[in-house]
Design a binder for this molecule. Structure first.
Ligand SMILES: C[S@@+](CC[C@H](N)C(=O)[O-])C[C@H]1O[C@@H](n2cnc3c(N)ncnc32)[C@H](O)[C@@H]1O
Length: 301
C-alpha cells in the first residue's frame, strides 16, 4: 500500500489529532490509507470513518479489513450528511490531506500528469461529469483566463487562454499532448515543466471544484467537532492554505474576525500551532511530495 501513496508528515498529523483511544475520528482523504492505518493503530474501542471520492481508494480500505473502519465513497463536502447517516454526528478529530495521491498522478490514463500522454481527464471521482477536456474545449476565453491566472498563478494567463481558444478552433484538444502543444510557445524557456505543472494544477482545481469543496467542508467542521476536538489539515498550495488559515484564525474565508458586544472574537476554532508545520529536509529527501506540505492544527472551542 505504500506504493499507492507515501503518507506525508505522518507523526505530526497523529500528534495533531491528540488521539483518544476510545474516540471517533474521520480521515476525509483516505487515499492509500497511510494516515488511517496509524490512527487505527492508536485506537482502542474507538472508530474511524474514511472518505474518498476516488473508487480506487475503496480497495485500500477493504484491504485493511478492520471492523472499526467505515469507508465512505463520497466527496468530503458531504461529510455532515454521511456522519449523521452513520449516527456519528459529533467526532473527536478530523484529518484532511488535500489534493491528489501519488497513485492518481502516477496512473497515466487519469490525465493528472504532464509526464504521460493520455486523455484530458483529471477527475478524482471517476464518475463525475466534468473532465479537463470539457474545461479546455468548452469554457469561454475569459473563464480560462480566470482559472489559469487564479488557480495556476501563471503570469501570461490571458495569452495562454487565447492560445487555447485559437488551437481548439482548428480541432478539439483531446489529450495531454494536445494541450501541451497548444501552449508550448508560451511556456518560459527552460521552465516548461513548472509552467505545465501550474497549468495542470489550475485545470485540476477547476475540474474537481477543489476550493469550493474545501470551503464547504470547513464550514461544517464546527458543527461536527466536539469541544476540544481537533482539525488537522495538510495543504499543498497557497490557495488551499489561505482558506484553511483564514477559517481557523478568523472563522471565515475573507475579512476580519467578527467581535461580540464585549469585544471577544467570534470564531469556532482556535489555532493550536501559530505557524504551519512543514516537513524536514530528511522527509523531503525521502518523499519529494512533502516539499510543499503545510500542516495546520486547530481545536474546537
Ligand atoms: C493526498 S491523498 C491522501 C493520501 C492519504 N493520506 C494516504 O496516506 O494514503 C488525497 C486523497 O483525497 C481524495 N480527495 C481529494 N479531494 C477530495 C474530496 N473533495 N472528497 C473526497 N476525497 C477527496 C483524493 O481522491 C485522494 O485519494
Amino acid at each position: 500500500m505504500t506504493q499507492y501513496h507515501e503518507p506525508v508528515l505522518l507523526q505530526a498529523c497523529i500528534d495533531g489529532l491528540n488521539l483518544q483511544p476510545g474516540g471517533t475520528y474521520v480521515d476525509i482523504t483516505f487515499g492509500g490509507g497511510g494516515h488511517s492505518r496509524e490512527i487505527l493503530n492508536q485506537l482502542d474501542g474507538g472508530k474511524l470513518f474514511g472518505f474518498d471520492q476516488d473508487v480506487d481508494a475503496r480497495a485500500n480500505a477493504q484491504a485493511l479489513a478492520d471492523p472499526r473502519l467505515t469507508f465512505v465513497a463520497s466527496n468530503f463536502r458531504n461529510i455532515k450528511r454521511y456522519l449523521r447517516l452513520y449516527k456519528a454526528e459529533k467526532v473527536d478529530g478530523i484529518l484532511a490531506d488535500l489534493g491528489i495521491s501519488s497513485h492518481q498522478i502516477d496512473t497515466p490514463e487519469r490525465g493528472f500528469s504532464t509526464r504521460f500522454d493520455a486523455d484530458l481527464d483529471m477527475r478524482m471521482n471517476q464518475n463525475a461529469d466534468r473532465t479537463a477536456r470539457q474545461v479546455v474545449n468548452e469554457y469561454s476565453e475569459p473563464e480560462l483566463h480566470r482559472i489559469l491566472g487564479m488557480y495556476g498563478e501563471i503570469t501570461n494567463a490571458r495569452t495562454a487562454a487565447a492560445a487555447l481558444v485559437s488551437a481548439r478552433s482548428n480541432r478539439p484538444l483531446k489529450t495531454v499532448n494536445d494541450l501541451k502543444a497548444a501552449l508550448q510557445r508560451y511556456a518560459p524557456r527552460g521552465k516548461e515543466n513548472k509552467y505545465f505543472a501550474q497549468v495542470f494544477q489550475a485545470l485540476r482545481i477547476e475540474v474537481n471544484e477543489e476550493l469550493q469543496a474545501l470551503e464547504e467542508f470547513l464550514e461544517q467542521v464546527p458543527d461536527i467537532l466536539k469541544p476540544g476536538g481537533r482539525l488537522v489539515v495538510m495543504s499543498y498550495h497557497s490557495l488551499e492554505d489561505r482558506l484553511v488559515k483564514n477559517f481557523i484564525n478568523k472563522g471565515k474565508f475573507q475579512g476580519e474576525v467578527e467581535k461580540d458586544l464585549f469585544g471577544n472574537d467570534i470564531k469556532p476554532l482556535q489555532a493550536v500551532t501559530r505557524k504551519p508545520i512543514e516537513a524536514t529536509p530528511d522527509e523531503i529527501a525521502r518523499n519529494p511530495r512533502a516539499r510543499s506540505a503545510k500542516l495546520r492544527i486547530a481545536e474546537k472551542i
